[in-house]
Design a binder for this molecule. Structure first.
Ligand code: 8OZ
Length: 357
């Protein structure tokens, strides 16, 4: 059987050798928030992926919510990331940077005691991951209307820094309950101004950010990640299927590099998620569609065979298998990921997973 995963694909201007995408993966190994040489080794090891999407990277200090995550807003960050893009390009790989603002999924410890920001003053259930360990989320401060252009400008600045750092494109993190997702959903957005209420209003912030990032990169080098079925970080919406179909229809004519959809995960289903079918999004969005969410090789081949997506992103499999492309090609056994070393630490569980050769 011919492999769909191993067949080439054009994403934006790039001719990529396969449809096996390295998903964005937070690993918390940037103690000073500047990308390190160890991170360069980690990404270089995975350069045979059709496309690497970097771990989520904060566009501003206001957007931070986890320790030891990388930033992308000043010259020092650019210098660190340059080593990573150079290492990946030297191996003929391609890498997009993921732009991140966590909104309410943060803690005053990251903000000199001040409150994290959100569309509305609604605390998520759960705990923030801080330097002192897990702490209860606080009720965030609702953003003033006149603060929103400043955050759009932060996205634009970060996009410029990513261009300077030598990335091939950027992915806007609109998934998993972070700031943009908080604006999309009526469970976290109860604003009564131009950024809340109607579908048009709830989509406005994401579409403004997208336009600002496109200004820097051109649409064909900008991707967007969404998690329509997601409940992570206490996401809820009264009618997610109708809303995300609407949003996909708004994004479709922009001619983006891709739309990246996180499928319903086991945890979402446990939390009573309304599972939004890929077929509905496929119909609403005409461009390149990347899917992810616990796929193995067989299920990934199947989703491509059925024409439901154009490429598949792998997260945990990429943590443990730097040469995932080669292993899939050979149907070789896969290394098992070790959850204890997913977040934070050093080379152990990061750059020491073996390749076949
Ligand atoms: C796990 C731990 C910390 C952050 C996401 C950026 O869910 C993340 C993340 C995941 O998108």
């Amino acid at each position: 059987m011919t492999s769909h995963l191993q067949s080439p694909i054009k994403i934006g201007p790039y001719q990529l050798p396969n449809r096996i995408i390295m998903a964005p993966l937070t690993r918390m190994r940037a103690p000073e928030n500047t990308p390190t040489d160890l991170m360069a080794t980690y990404y270089e090891q995975r350069a045979s992926a059709g496309l690497i999407i970097s771990e989520a990277s904060s566009i501003s200090t206001q957007g931070v919510g986890y320790p030891a995550t990388p930033y992308i807003f000043n010259a020092a960050h650019v210098a660190g990331w340059k080593k990573i893009t150079a290492a990946v390009h030297a191996k003929n790989g391609h890498i997009f940077l993921q732009l991140w603002h966590v909104g309410r999924v943060s803690h005053p410890d990251f903000h000199n005691g001040e409150l994290p920001v959100a569309p509305s003053a609604i605390a998520p259930k759960g705990k923030a991951f801080t330097a002192k360990g897990l702490q209860d989320f606080v009720t965030p401060r609702a953003l003033e209307l006149d603060e929103i252009p400043g955050i759009v400008a932060d996205y634009k600045n970060a996009a410029r820094q990513a261009l300077e750092a030598g990335f091939d494109g950027v992915e806007i993190h609109g998934a998993n309950g972070y700031l943009l997702d908080q604006f999309l959903r009526d469970g976290s957005n109860t604003r009564t101004d131009a950024y809340g209420g109607s579908y048009e209003n709830r989509a406005r912030f994401l579409l403004e950010v997208t336009a600002a990032v496109i200004d820097v990169w051109g649409a064909e080098r900008v991707g967007i990640r969404l998690s329509p079925s997601g409940t992570f970080n206490d996401m809820a919406d009264s009618n997610p299927e109708a809303f995300f179909v609407y949003l996909a229809e708004q994004l479709s004519p922009l001619n983006l590099a891709y739309l990246h959809v996180v499928d319903a995960l086991e945890g979402d289903i446990r939390h009573g998620a309304k599972v939004i079918s890929l077929a509905a999004l496929r119909k609403a969005y005409e461009g390149t569609l990347i899917v992810c969410g616990g796929y193995d090789q067989a299920r990934a081949e199947q989703v491509l065979e059925q024409g439901q997506a154009d490429a598949v992103a792998f997260g945990q499999l990429y943590i443990a298998n730097p040469d995932l492309v080669e292993r899939f090609k050979l149907n070789a056994p896969l290394n098992k990921p070790h959850a204890a070393t997913f977040y934070g630490g050093d080379a152990k569980g990061y750059t020491d997973y073996p390749s076949l050769t």
